[in-house]
Design a protein around this ligand. Sequence first.
Ligand SMILES: [Mg+2]
Length: 383
Amino acid sequence: MKTIFHLDMDAFFVSVERILDPSLEGKPVIVGGDPHGRGVVAACSYEARKYGLHSAMPIKTAFRLCPNGIYLHGHHKEYGRYSRVVKRLLEKVFPIVERASIDEFYLDFTGCEKIYGAPDSFAERIQKEIWETIGLPCSIGIASNKTVAKIASDFKKPKGITFVPHGKEKEFLAPLKIEKIPGIGKATFNLLHSRGFITVNDIANVSQDYLSILLGKYGTDLWKKANGHGTDLLSVEHERKSISKETTFGKDIVSKTKIESVIFELVGEACQLLRNGMLQTSTVSIKLRYADFSTLTRAKTIKQTDDDKVVYDVAVDLFRKAFTRGVGIRLIGIHLSKLSQFAEQEILFEDEEIARKKMLSAVTKIRDKYGFESIHIGKTEND
Ligand SMILES: [Mg+2]
């Protein structure tokens, strides 16, 4: 069973406009161009929604309903830029990130509980971080598949978090209006409405055949969705992704041994995320911040790996070469980049490597079960 997050930015275009011009805060703001033109509303603030406005509404209608609104053409380049900033933040945390549109992301949290804790409290942390570091509000839905997660993210907007526990999908969907199911168009909605389908439960309770006869293959899909089923596979864009882990110390640290044991922990967490995402890295970087805030990074390219021991050795080597001043360390970070999907069939293992793979996968399983502290590999007491 998977744990999928759907993270949806709240009134994304408007929220970006408010970063660019804070005087728009609290006002009915509509992005979509000339209010007398023929365009549609691309986005509107929650203050504007109180007047009955919604996205995709003809802008003329919007203007009639809300003549005092602030109508903007919008800064579309900025939206793309902020979307990438959000994505980069998410990629630091989640092993697999799918950008479904400019303002929504699917995130695979499966296997992350032992590192990050319960999904709903972690969602709160992420929501808070995006708000505090970027200034953008979002809502998050959590469920065992993408469809239910998406419906859940819309459930308590704005700034909502909705967690649908495994097995409760159908129960959660049952009372919702049928138009809450993504992809129901006007024509389908009207047809279903005329047949007395009002809530998702109404769909879930008829036979699959009934809907299939009524709506063809789409009817079958709809019936499955109404019953809480959906895909849990994320499609990852083939572009550079990375995983970062860092620790800021409460007081500055001078002990090499202490820092290296922290590097060991960080590498363990980062490699765990790699393996959860079936990924390998080929660039290992470290970041070092001295007590006086001077910061340096060092990187090394290596053969693709997801092996803690290999990554740890490289990271420690980089650290030893970089740590040249007699000044305390304030922050240490590890960064894995040039990630690639791990394709087992493409790699010819030496026997020894097969053994090591098996061992690493066993370690992952143990860690999933008992947490990070439970097992340390490749490190002796003298290190
Ligand atoms: Mg949105």
